[in-house]
Design a protein around this ligand. Sequence first.
Ligand code: DCP
Ligand code: CA
Ligand code: CA
Length: 378
Amino acid sequence: MQSRVIMLVDLDYFFAQAEELRNPSIRDKPVVVCVYSGRTETSGAVSTANYLARKFGVKSGMPIVQAKRRLRDAEPVFLPVDYGYYETVSEKIMNLLRAHADQFEQVGIDEAYLDVTQRTKADYEDAAALAQDIRKETVARQGLTCSIGLGPNKLVAKMAADINKPDGLTIVKPHEVAAFLAAMPVDRLIGVGSKTKERMQKLGITTIGELANYDVQRLLDAFGRKLGLYFHNASAGADDEPVQQRGEAESISRIATLKEDTCELGPILERAEVECEEVHADLIRGGFGFRTVTIIAVAKDMSVHSRSRSLDYSSDRLDVLKDTVREILTHLLAECDLEIRRVGVKVSGLAKRSEAQKRLTSFIEERSNQSDKKQAYI
Ligand code: DCP
Ligand code: CA
Ligand code: CA
């Protein structure tokens, strides 16, 4: 097979950079974009932060209070997430990137794979020049910097893009792959989390190179066939996944056990709202809107009850999701006398969001807000 040339383009500190774009006066300050949970004024988590804020140790997922503490004397700017705006920015960038690819695959709100084998005739010098053009173009046309990894497959391209951030370009030619990976700690390999890292450590594996040289049969014994084979191939930098627009996810869900079994709406709703936020974050990262919301409730006796409601339009709004969840739960609890042990939120009927859809949705939502909101549901 002809060797491929794959690029991974990832926007730098995306939500925070998008905020800087519409308000350049905050550029020289630490900028922290937050998902406020609404419980207290500062409860919630950091979505992302610009690189100045990261110098103070602020990072995605950190509690907002902790970020505030770290940035106490640094004149920080804290902003709430504005997914709709980031999506608009993302869409423009993706359209720009798509034009440079033979095959294009968006893998989240701020990154995409480009197969550029044909247009560069598999020449890395050509591909490097194309990557430089793309970097210049995202800045000149959309005002945003990105980091790019270039390599013979998606795995190497992705890992290369992470090396030189922000505003970096890292090129790994086919003959450089083994050396590029060998010395890296094993948890830098995509798919190796902290638990797997610990298990590998017990096997005497601490670097990706050691994983590549580890006896394959023993690896399969330890991790099972599918995962073992993946680790074996990936650690050698082998990956033949094609670049292609993915089929749409069928659903996104979260389920969790309540602190105690209860039949009261308050604590059940509180848990469900956290799940709404997590589901919604995944939804936005994937660039999806939803039409159907399902509540799954597991009762004390382990019986499972589910209720769904469909909107007559596709939405990506957290408030719409939360309102629908509240409505379904209220009905469910009124209908059956249940002590709930676990509660889950699922969205389905997912569709990629386009500009036209978004305009339509905001129009319908405006209308339905004016009249009785229930009319928006079927
Ligand atoms: N995001 C989030 N919560 C997380 C991780 C990410 O809300 N735990 C959101 C905010 C990010 C966006 O997704 O801006 C893209 O995620 P990345 O992992 O690509 O991170 P950034 O673009 O923020 O930073 P980097 O410059 O490291 O790519
Ligand atoms: Ca990014
Ligand atoms: Ca990303």
